[in-house]
Write a protein that binds this ligand. Structure first.
Ligand SMILES: O=C[C@H](O)COP(=O)(O)O
Length: 251
């Protein structure tokens, strides 16, 4: 049985005092459950403090990006080893904002995914189509290609523990959610692509999240779908109350 993984992606928001206040509240109130996992994807400067704050709690701390190299002359970058050393458990890779604004490619996402596993980090790999691609009926092909590229060279065991977040770009931060059927249709396709490149057993283990204007009002319907096992949430993860409601819905 797959868990529901609810990840709050703060993007470039909050200052340290706001971050620690939020996490303090979540640590106190997050439900203990085998069925749901709560992850906070925070900006780099907060990671060490938040890891310390969540030490004795089931709440996990993720980074929002990293470099694939271990070290070297890459000014401004953060390596997988640095994240692991801090106690970070997950890392978001290939978010559409990174692909669009920071020249992230399928190739770099694949290198980062491999590097994450090398350092014992769980990757949350983001895929998704633009509105133009959806209207041109290219969604399945585009998303399928992104998934295949991200997973290339991974062992079946690594694929099984990869989290894939399907985020239609037209639904991010727009208030325009994909219907739960639309979201599930693409997630089912992703699972089939994973099955094609690995096996049915592996594909059944992969956690597939939906992301794009997820909020307390629509999460239950999304999680009720056959192939949606959680959510990657931006806007609605910025307030502790709202994030806690999302985590609660995953129980
Ligand atoms: O990583 C999260 C996604 O980009 C979704 O953002 P949103 O919930 O604000 O639409």
């Amino acid at each position: 049985m797959r868990k529901n993984v609810i990840a709050g992606n703060w993007k470039m928001n909050k200052v340290l005092s706001e971050a620690t206040e939020f996490v303090g509240e979540v640590v106190n109130k997050a439900p203990e459950s085998d069925q749901t996992e709560a992850i906070v994807c925070a900006p780099f400067p907060f990671l060490a403090s938040l890891v310390e704050q969540t030490k004795n709690s089931p709440v996990k701390i993720a980074a929002q990006n990293m470099h694939y190299e271990e070290s070297g002359a890459f000014t401004g970058e953060v390596s997988p080893g640095m994240l692991k050393d801090l106690g970070v458990t997950h890392v978001v890779l290939g978010h559409s904002e990174r692909r669009e604004l920071f020249a992230e490619t399928d190739e770099s996402v694949n290198k980062k995914t491999q590097a994450a596993f090398k350092h014992g980090l769980t990757p949350i790999v983001c895929v998704g189509e633009t509105l133009d691609q959806r209207e041109a009926n290219e969604t399945m092909n585009h998303v399928g290609n992104q998934v295949k590229a991200a997973l290339e060279g991974l062992s079946e065991e690594q694929v099984a523990s990869t989290i894939i977040a399907y985020e239609p770009i037209w639904a991010i931060g727009t208030g325009k959610t994909a219907t739960s059927e639309q979201a599930n249709e693409v997630c089912t396709h992703i699972r089939n692509v994973v099955k094609d490149v690995t096996s049915e057993e592996t594909a059944e283990k992969v956690v597939l999240q939906y992301g794009g204007s997820v909020k307390p009002a629509n999460i239950k319907e999304l999680l009720a779908q056959s192939d949606i096992d959680g959510a990657l949430v931006g806007g609605a993860s910025l307030e502790a109350d709202s994030f806690l409601q999302l985590v609660e819905a995953g129980k």
